[in-house]
Design a protein. Structure first.
Length: 259
């Protein structure tokens, strides 16, 4: 699988006329695997790893640095904490409108992701690089990503892999053991973990998506499977282009129009 993904990455870079690729390093397993694959497929001189802390934990920063050191990556750290704080202070709701605290927390977390993607594309534009996303199939199919945030990318080399396959690939690539073993987290707030936020485990998600849940109902019961299917259904809009209204009887769209 490693060789197949590497060939795919090289082809995507070549077909786009790009000089290389960049990836955001979070200190987690997915971004570490993506960075290692870029390095092995393109060579270190054509890869840039960006580390963009926004009130991030010290461990995440240390783990990102560990990956940079392990794979001898070119890297750049840009702390966006002050920019993030300034935007939050400026973006107040108009009088008469209110939002639930939970929604406010989620919106703030998603803002971090969208700010990071803006920075990624700034550097990608300057360098003529493609932006490499780090999402895997388990996250993409359940909608566990930020629309126009970490879900926005030019290539997704892990997008067809279940979480367990990413772990296996991490072993093969030599990703540091402490990164492989630590609980998956998007680092959205202190103590946040992916599985606690979703209410299901990656093992359960992988079982449902791979069609093996029915063989082990004790591991992934009916309620859990239904929850995962519902997550997939409700997040369909995140995986599709924006819906476009076409008037009935309006004739065929002209060349270049959305359709």
């Amino acid at each position: 699988m490693k060789a197949e993904i590497e060939g795919w990455i090289r082809e995507r870079i070549k077909s786009a006329g790009a000089k290389g690729a960049l990836v955001g390093l979070s200190g987690g397993i997915d971004s570490s695997v993506a960075a290692a694959l870029l390095c092995s497929s393109l060579g270190r001189k054509r890869v840039l790893a960006l580390i963009l802390p926004a009130h991030s934990s010290r461990q995440d920063a240390e783990d990102a640095g560990l990956v940079v050191s392990r794979f001898r990556l070119r890297s750049l750290t840009v702390d966006i904490s002050r920019i993030y704080d300034l935007l939050l202070r400026k973006m107040l709701l108009p009088p008469g409108l209110s939002a639930a605290k939970k929604r406010e927390k989620t919106a703030g977390a998603n803002l971090k992701s969208r700010l990071r993607m803006s920075v990624f594309y700034y550097y990608a534009n300057r360098l003529n690089y493609l932006v490499c996303g780090t999402g895997n199939r388990s996250e993409i199919m359940t909608g566990y990503f930020t629309k126009y945030g970490d879900g926005a990318a030019d290539i997704l080399p892990l997008g067809g892999l279940l979480k367990r396959q990413v772990r296996s690939l991490a072993e093969e690539l030599g990703v540091p053991r402490r990164i492989i073993d630590k609980p998956p987290s998007a680092g959205l707030w202190p103590g946040q973990t992916d599985e606690a936020e979703m209410g299901v485990t990656y093992g359960e998600i992988d079982a449902v998506l791979s069609g093996t849940a029915g063989r082990n109902k004790k591991f992934c019961g009916g309620k859990t499977a239904s929850r995962i299917h519902k997550m997939r259904s409700l997040s369909e809009h995140k995986r599709m282009p924006a819906a476009v209204f076409i008037p009935s009887g309006g004739g065929k769209p002209n060349a270049g129009e959305l359709h």
